[in-house]
Design a protein around this ligand. Sequence first.
Ligand SMILES: Nc1ncnc2c1ncn2[C@@H]1O[C@H](COP(=O)(O)OP(=O)(O)O)[C@@H](O)[C@H]1O
Ligand SMILES: [Mg+2]
Length: 318
Amino acid sequence: MALRLVYSVGKGGVGKTTCAAALALQSARTWRTLVVSLDPAHNLGDVLGATLADSPTEQAENLWAGEIDMEAAIARYLKESAERLKQMYSYLKVINIEGYLDALRLSPGIEEYATLQAMEELIREAEPRYDILVFDTPPTGLTLRVLALPRVSLLWGERLARLRREILDKRRAVERIQGERKFVIDGAEHHLVSDEKSDAVMTELNEYVARMKRLANLQADASRCRVMPVMNADRLSLFETKRAFAALEQLGMPIGSVIVNKAGLKSTDSRTVEEIRAELRREVRTIPFIEADLCGRAAVEEFGQHIDFREWIPGHSA
Ligand SMILES: Nc1ncnc2c1ncn2[C@@H]1O[C@H](COP(=O)(O)OP(=O)(O)O)[C@@H](O)[C@H]1O
Ligand SMILES: [Mg+2]
């Protein structure tokens, strides 16, 4: 079957990683499943009782897991950006690419872009190999910013493509008057391209826009993508979940039933759960607070017995 995505989303500490692991274990009974942590503060390995790496390793029959190395992802993102710039603007000696990169390294949003890039690459690589890809995500704020990026980048990409088209138009107008523009730098002859098809910048922009479009569509496709919201039975968790839902709905992302994890600790919990159900207007599944340490596959299997996690697998009616 075509690759399907599940995002485990919620505040820090509510149980996203444990739920992602439990879902992956249940999913692996039927489907080739990959679970990957995008949270820079990894603990998926601890939860699964394994040492995980940047590239997926086999954990059990049908189950693979990995932890994205964010530092490496950021370094990779910067290096690739630099190389593309150097190639495209080899004739522009005036641009100080190294200086530009130093600034980029420290610029806001770099972590989000690197996470997006890592996520997008992972989805493409996972496409032919797995049926289900489960993302264990960072706490809500960063996750929502990353999930919004494909659409934001799409708008930017389309606008930049329009600007580039205007530049090429102007170049063609100049060519009509002055003939083809050529110049020599360090003995190499350069020619200013004026048609879209042979323009490296335009090609790059078009490819980028196409990739972002594919990702934005995939994320909004209810038959292929689902958010698994995880929260605890408290009002702060409810407020944050409500805000997250508003943002996810704006992105058109399909949201599954809500997991209220660690329920039953306080005597007021069942009332809070009712409030959550009413306020979020969704199905709610509860998982009780468990005294045991939730480390290792056996413990996660047991944790998973409280609910049927296949419910969050897109296209599967449990
Ligand atoms: N139902 C539960 N009962 C008791 N402890 C839990 C439960 N679910 C998760 N935990 C514990 O809560 C902590 C945070 O869980 P984790 O899955 O890492 O959350 P997150 O990924 O959202 O930060 C861990 O120590 C985990 O073992
Ligand atoms: Mg976690």
